[in-house]
Design a protein around this ligand. Structure first.
Ligand SMILES: NC(=O)c1ccc[n+]([C@@H]2O[C@H](COP(=O)([O-])OP(=O)(O)OC[C@H]3O[C@@H](n4cnc5c(N)ncnc54)[C@H](OP(=O)(O)O)[C@@H]3O)[C@@H](O)[C@H]2O)c1
Length: 260
């Protein structure tokens, strides 16, 4: 299937590892020129080389922290007219209780999981409308549909973002500009395994026991490979995906049981 996006330009944030890396790889494989970001310059540059080699595509590394104005300005300066934006916040959610969190803690999650993506969308969407093509994907989490205990701050920031997007999309779709939110479940990335190790430590159990427990709780019986997220995102960015916008798309091996 030809996604019809060869020669397009994409920004993929937080992409030296994990889900961002997979999205950048899938897009580069479709002939999209990609600008990737992450904070650690050496790892990012190595990833850019690796994706370029494995796909034959063109990949640019723009180091920076995407939760800061400087980080966002750097990638927008390097790629001022993206056709595609995959806004992955990168920052992994960590548990914290609402009783003990300070206002500064809540602000941190708003910066990481709300403003970082919102500001990028506001920067690129108007020009995408002018050019009559734009595909924006916001990387979220399946748990926004069934919020978990001890994640109130991160979940509320991400839910607020989905709400803001739902309000914006109807102004954009007539210009062939879409914004969709991808809501992954358990994908086998460094962040997932770090979280599971921490969870095992907190629960006084083993990492292996936690992994088995999580896999049992997933009807697919496994963790997904990041490429299963990357390819979904590439499809959402396809030329022929212009009729779908404002969706919160669950990709979690059947864990979420709701119909909508
Ligand atoms: N893996 C899952 O199962 C899963 C499921 C649902 C949602 N998610 C969400 O998806 C996102 C990515 O998770 P992942 O599993 O792919 O994590 P990962 O494997 O740890 O990769 C994180 C990537 O983001 C970069 N990053 C982190 N903070 C950043 C920042 N402030 N600015 C720029 N880049 C940053 C990291 O590089 P540097 O550290 O060098 O910056 C790295 O390239 C997270 O928001 C996570 O909550 C993951």
């Amino acid at each position: 299937m030809d996604l019809g996006i060869q020669g397009r330009r994409a920004i993929v944030t937080a992409a030296s590892k994990g889900l961002g890396h997979a999205c950048a790889t899938s897009l580069a494989g479709e002939g999209v020129q990609v600008w990737i970001t992450a904070r650690t310059k050496e790892t990012l540059e190595e990833t850019a080389r690796e994706i370029a080699e494995s796909t034959g595509g063109t990949v640019h590394a723009v180091p920076g922290d995407i939760t800061t104005e400087e980080g966002r300005a750097a990638v927008l300066q390097a790629c001022p007219e993206p056709d595609i934006l995959v806004a992955n916040p990168g920052v992994k959610q960590v548990p914290d209780n609402f009783r003990t969190m300070s206002r500064a803690d809540w602000d941190f999650w708003m910066e990481a999981h709300f403003y970082s993506t919102l500001d990028l969308i506001r920067a690129v969407a108007p020009d995408m409308c002018e050019r009559r093509f734009g595909r924006i994907v916001s990387m979220s989490v399946s748990f926004i549909k069934f919020p978990q205990v001890n994640f109130a701050a991160s979940h509320s920031a991400r839910l607020g973002l989905s709400g803001a997007i739902a309000s914006m999309v109807r102004e954009l779709i007539a210009f062939n500009v879409t914004i969709n939110t991808v809501c992954p479940g358990l994908f086998s990335t460094e962040a997932l395994h770090t979280n599971l190790h921490a969870h095992a430590k907190r629960g006084n159990t083993t990492y292996e026991a936690i992994v088995e427990d999580r896999k049992k709780g997933c009807p697919a019986g496994r963790f997904a490979d990041p490429s299963e997220c990357g390819d979904l995102v590439a499809y959402i960015c396809a030329a022929q995906s212009g009729f779908m916008s404002g969706q919160n798309i669950i990709n979690d091996g059947g864990v979420y049981q709701g119909l909508f």
